[in-house]
Design a protein around this ligand. Structure first.
Ligand code: ZN
Length: 493
């Protein structure tokens, strides 16, 4: 995977006419048409607006070519100062895409008339969108089209010290999550995935352990192994990555957990064609956990961090686990198998047990877990669940602020009835599933040991036609920006 690093040049002042003439591509944002006044070529931009009958704010950017020698292509908008992060990122995506179609390598950005905090948010959104757009994604076409990649942003009207390091780290993490998710399943097998992670680990100086088939048998991780047992290649396993900062004050560590089903056929309960197509992305929980881990370690956060990834294929075959099987998980819980397509909660059960034995101060898991969550929310939001109801306001607010929006679901005790089994400790899922996303979370909760604070993200927004917020591809890599906001701004727990 090739990642171009976007260079940023910041100028506190507005561009001169000469500077505008010197660059072919511009993105400009103003709080109102009056603020356009005072920049070079203001008359043309204002004229264009009034021709189009624009009044106050633009949710779709305007485009205009200036009458200079380069015919500079200006994409501009007037936005409401109360704009949400999601709307801002969406607008930023449209503006960046418009410049990308012009094959822009270097883009000028002008922000004028906003108070500093908002100006910073706006520039941040454009950098996020530019980073998402510039990232290379898997492409197997024999005829390679040369894509011009955006390499430089020249920011006018605002200069900040931090250099948007976090936004760039998030863009890198998100690009990694999407890239891995888009790889075809005959390439990204658990073995190939593990190899790629090993490379990343040595490049970034992470410690890495891998619990393979034998190690998991020793740990009696029957829930994980039930899913893996149909695979002819014994390459499934649990990856553990560790990051320790040079100095840290906080005692506890944070553990990120991800579901990494490299292909989900449904198993014995085979999926129909319509639902199987796209199931190579059933590992996106793991790639989001990994991308988040990458972004946080690039930021050199001052707390200890681990990342646990459950990598397997949910295969068909004579050895595949089947409904009515009774499986014993690593913590001794007996599970009555009901539907083999509910494999995500099986591999996560043992991974959560092992991760929570580390006594972290917080576990966050990510999984493309249930269709029920998508039925409930569509694919614009993801669902969140937690065993700490007091987290709800922070969980929601992190979604609003990051632009990767989530909504919490209940986890009350009485839902447990849906998982009561006549023959084992618990049912894997209900035969006829109402609220399967809630039952799945209830099921997972029992494997989170020592009452560890836990957040479960059911990634309904992992794939959204046409892209979502700042991300231009259908595969969204949703969760990286969200988690950094949750851990670094909301300071959960
Ligand atoms: Zn499944």
């Amino acid at each position: 995977m090739k990642n171009t690093e976007i260079k940023l040049k910041q100028h506190e002042v507005l561009p001169t006419r000469k500077q505008i003439d010197g660059l072919r591509n511009w993105i400009m944002l103003f709080p109102s048409p009056e603020e356009i006044d005072g920049i070079p070529y203001a008359d043309s931009l204002l004229n264009r607006r009034s021709q189009l009958g624009r009044k106050k704010s633009d949710s779709d950017p305007l485009k205009f070519d200036l009458a200079n020698t380069k015919a500079s292509h200006v994409v501009y908008a007037c936005i409401d100062v109360s704009i949400s992060s999601f709307a801002l990122l969406t607008l930023a995506r449209k503006m960046v895409t418009a410049q990308q179609s012009q094959k822009a390598e270097s883009v000028g950005i002008v922000v004028k008339g906003f108070e500093i905090k908002l100006a910073e948010r706006i520039v941040e959104a454009i950098i996020a969108a530019a980073g998402a757009n510039a990232a290379g994604m898997p492409n197997y076409k024999s005829e390679k089209q040369s894509k011009t990649v955006l390499q430089q942003l020249n920011i006018y009207g605002l200069r900040v010290r931090h250099g948007y390091k976090r936004t760039l780290a998030e863009a890198e993490g998100n690009a990694l999550a999407r890239y891995l998710s888009m790889l075809p399943p005959n390439e990204l097998t658990p073995a190939n995935y593990t190899k790629r992670i090993r490379k990343l680990a040595s490049a970034n100086k992470w410690k890495m352990e891998f619990y393979d088939n034998n190690a998991l048998q020793k740990k009696k991780a029957g829930a994980f192994l039930a899913v893996a047992q149909a695979s002819p290649d014994k390459d499934a396993g649990i990856v553990r990555l560790m990051y320790t900062p040079k100095t840290y004050t906080s005692k506890g560590k944070v553990i990120l957990v991800g579901k990494g089903i490299c292909y989900d056929t449904g198993g014995t309960n085979l999926k129909p064609a319509k639902h199987m197509f796209g199931m190579h992305e059933d590992m996106q929980g793991s790639s989001v956990a990994l991308g988040t881990f990458l972004a946080l370690t690039k930021m050199q956060v001052n707390f200890r961090l681990e990342c646990w990834l459950a990598l397997a294929i949910n295969h068909i075959g004579p050895k595949a686990y089947k409904p009515n099987d009774i499986i014993t998980a690593a913590d001794g819980t007996t599970i009555e198998i009901v539907h083999t397509d509910a494999e995500g909660r099986m591999v996560l059960a043992d991974t959560l047990t092992l991760a929570s034995q580390q006594k972290p101060k917080l576990i966050i898991d990510y999984a493309t877990l249930t269709g029920a969550c998508v039925y409930s929310l569509g694919s614009s939001y993801s669902g969140v669940f937690t065993n700490r109801e007091e987290f709800h306001p922070a969980l929601i607010q992190a979604g609003k602020d990051s632009g990767e929006r989530v909504w919490p679901f209940p986890l009350d005790e009485d839902y447990e009835k849906g998982l009561e089994s006549d023959i084992a400790d618990v049912k894997q899922c209900a035969v006829e599933g109402d609220a399967d996303h809630i039952l799945a979370a209830r099921f997972l909760q029992r494997f989170v040991k020592n009452d560890t604070p836990w957040v479960h993200v059911d990634l309904a927004a992992s794939n959204h036609k046409g892209g979502l917020a700042h991300v231009p591809t259908d595969t969204t890599g949703f969760g990286v920006r969200y988690t950094l906001n949750l851990l670094l701004d909301k300071k959960l727990p």
